[in-house]
Design a protein around this ligand. Structure first.
Ligand code: G3P
Ligand code: CA
Length: 268
């Protein structure tokens, strides 16, 4: 029988820096992660993709536009990816946080991020398109293990792994039962997650992540009664964050960790 998933601590309220402090610096880049860590976010969030030469890289989309061509990440090498400038979208004249100092940034590999930040932060890692990347679960666990980030006794787990794919999470649970996992869901309107479904999730995961507009007090209650945590995404408005906090959620994904931390320090 599979080992029971670990429970996430109920405190503190988790501030998860979505793609880093990505409101202020280009998503999934070193400045974005550095800023999030400096602000005091509990986790930096990473989305994973894999290049043709088998490197895990940190990028939201599974394709990029390069020299006018749309290219799938799984079909290009890390060398080719080296020509892509992730700041171009961020550095629009209308963006008050645009800066020339971002222009030379490149997409980091997971290895570079882990080497740079080591155990000075915690990692909330999304397996983005597991169907495109066979074996990504083992590869990720091996890489995290190589950095001694798994099976530790820290107050907050160093690593949380999230995915919309339950198949991928179940594989991770078999490979690393002590790593807390988050099952992601996205709903058009209000979330529909009956207790029977949540009960199945408790076999492999420690919590769920749901788009914030779908969250209701009833959902939070049902999720907690099932013994799971709930982390809504992506919350950048303090009033909305306050409403979610009153509903009892356990943390939020945010592009603006400073705003959420400020709110927590003021009122809660
Ligand atoms: O991982 C939670 C949330 O980030 C999922 O949406 O598209 O921002 O990765 P996305
Ligand atoms: Ca994500």
């Amino acid at each position: 029988a599979s080992k029971q998933p670990v429970s996430l601590p109920s405190e503190p309220f988790l501030v998860i820096a979505h793609r880093g402090a990505s409101a202020y610096a280009p998503a999934h880049t070193f400045p974005s992660y550095e800023l999030a860590i400096d602000m005091g976010a509990h986790y930096i969030e990473l989305d994973l993709q894999r290049t043709k030469d088998g490197k895990l890289i940190v990028l939201h989309n599974d394709s990029i536009e390069l020299n006018g061509n749309e290219m799938e990440i799984e079909e290009i090498t890390s060398d080719t990816l080296g020509a892509f400038k992730p700041a171009e979208e961020f550095n629009q004249p209308s963006n008050q946080f645009a800066s020339q100092r971002f222009a030379s940034l490149r997409v980091p590999s997971l290895e570079q991020v882990l080497r740079e930040f080591g155990d000075q932060t915690n990692y909330y890692i999304e397996i983005k398109s597991p169907e495109r990347y066979p074996g990504i679960e083992q590869q990720l666990i091996d890489q995290l293990d190589g950095h001694h980030l798994l099976n530790r006794e820290d107050p907050l787990p160093k690593v949380i792994i999230q995915s919309f794919s339950s198949d991928s999470l179940k594989k991770v649970h078999e490979l690393s039962p002590s790593t807390p996992l988050i099952q992601l869901y996205s709903f058009k309107e209000k979330a529909d997650l009956p207790t029977s479904k949540l009960k199945r999730v408790t076999r492999y995961a420690s919590g769920i992540g749901v788009n914030s507009m779908a969250v209701t007090e009833h959902l939070v209650k049902t999720v907690h009664q099932s013994g799971l945590a709930i982390h809504p995404f992506t919350v950048n408005d303090p009033e909305h964050a306050a409403a979610l906090i009153s509903m009892g959620v356990d943390g939020v994904f945010t592009d603006k960790p400073d705003l959420i931390l400020h709110l927590l320090s003021q009122e809660y």
